[in-house]
Design a protein around this ligand. Sequence first.
Ligand code: MG
Length: 280
Amino acid sequence: MEKWPIGVFTSVDAGLGVSLDFAQQTGVPTVQVHTPHKGSRSPESAKAFRALCEQAGLTVTAFFGGFEGESYADIPTVKNTVGLVPPDTRAERLIEIKEIADFSKLVGVNVLGLHLGFIPHDESDPLFGEILTATRSLCDHCRVNSQNVHLETGQESAEDLLHFIGAVGADNLFINFDPANMILYGCGEPIEALKKVGHLVRSVHCKDAKWAARPGEEWGEEVPLGEGDVNIEKYLRTLDEIGYDGPLTIEREIAHDPQRQQADIEASVKLLNSLKNTIG
Ligand code: MG
């Protein structure tokens, strides 16, 4: 595949991202795909989805796992509801994310992305060890499927993420870098973070955001690509410097406003194509 194939987010049934038709219409060659609900994870639906993507000329570069009951309403709610961190749902979610990995394999996709949730910064916190064990178990499962696991960035600093990945010690655990999340969650300047974790980055999101007045306590604001504080040109130049040549997947999380989402994504494709011409 060419260097930096542009991509968008679509879904099998989750209603997030854009439709496959629209993805095809934008002319991009790749997609990342939001997790299908349990009822849509049959071998038949995997086969049908695979055929649809092939017909549309779209390569699926990753499946992104998510769970019922997750809420991104505000930062404290994320801590309590997202990923494999909340203790009450961890066991069932670990089973479910492995099912999602198996579904992805049936579609022919060897990358599973996910938000683990807020990992404690302090290694002596018992929760740290528990999440470590759960992540190892997921990585072991995916290794049997010849799949890699990509942790989405943003809910911790670059240093904390590196420390956690090192502690897991799995050879198939990498990073999906999302520069806007670093700003939204107030977890550090994204370009500096990218330089620190670059050796582990195997997929990226192209998303932009503005810093909150009180970063880390309240959300920053997600905005159209190129209109936020990431500095997209510098982002691509840094990806070039670290030797990243994988997909550039556009993410615009305004599924409640599909018309605006489509317009913003079309503008993002244009912006990335023009930057690719200059930098790539
Ligand atoms: Mg993202």
